[in-house]
Ligand binder design. Sequence first.
Ligand code: HEM
Length: 213
Amino acid sequence: MTPEIRIRWIAKPLVFALCLGPLAWLLWQVFTLGLTPAGGLGANPIEAINRFLGDWALRFLLVTLAISPLSGVIGRPTPIRFRRMLGLFAFAYATLHISSYVGFDQRFDWGDIWGDIVKRNYITVGMATFLMLVPLAATSTKGMVRRLGGARWLKLHRLVYVAGITGVFHFTMMIKADLREPMAYAAVLALLLGYRVVRRKGRRRRTRKAPSG
Ligand code: HEM
């Protein structure tokens, strides 16, 4: 079996199943233990569901951003083959996170939701983050890469860095006391973005040094 076939038939379905793990765990909690305070999700299950989905959206976003540095470190392009799937999972968990806020938390009260978006800064930033993820998900197919052209596609997909920053910011802004968890995400993000800056500088230096003609 060639490495290409192994990835397509074994590794990809396995990673896909692993990405569904957190959602499966959440559904298990909801359907076996219920949404009462005595269930597995604590005293405020609606808030717990929303936060759980937000956490996983951000984790998948950071894992997606980690793929390129990981490929660089191990010197192999293999992880790149999983990047689109991981990015789409970040989008899917973010969509579920927002849906839980709209449906469970706000009960589709669009007036209240709009009020939150314009008045509560962390919701405004969350909304901006989601709006950045939409074009990235919509242009994630090979057909869209071809249609946009590689250079334009790459330019658009740089939005993922901004979405990473605003996603961490959204989390940081909603926390009033213990900032340790959002700071841990911020540290991971700083490491991933720092790696890119250093790599880009190194590449520029090498291009300048390369003999011309
Ligand atoms: C329209 C867009 C969004 C809305 C309305 C929204 C709303 C919320 C709300 C209401 C909370 C919980 C606040 C609380 O319980 O006090 C929250 C938490 C959170 N959201 Fe969002 N969010 C949005 C987008 C996003 C996106 C795109 C991401 C990630 C990429 C994200 C990641 C998080 C995280 C990590 C938390 C904290 C979870 C925790 O406490 O552990 N959110 N968001």
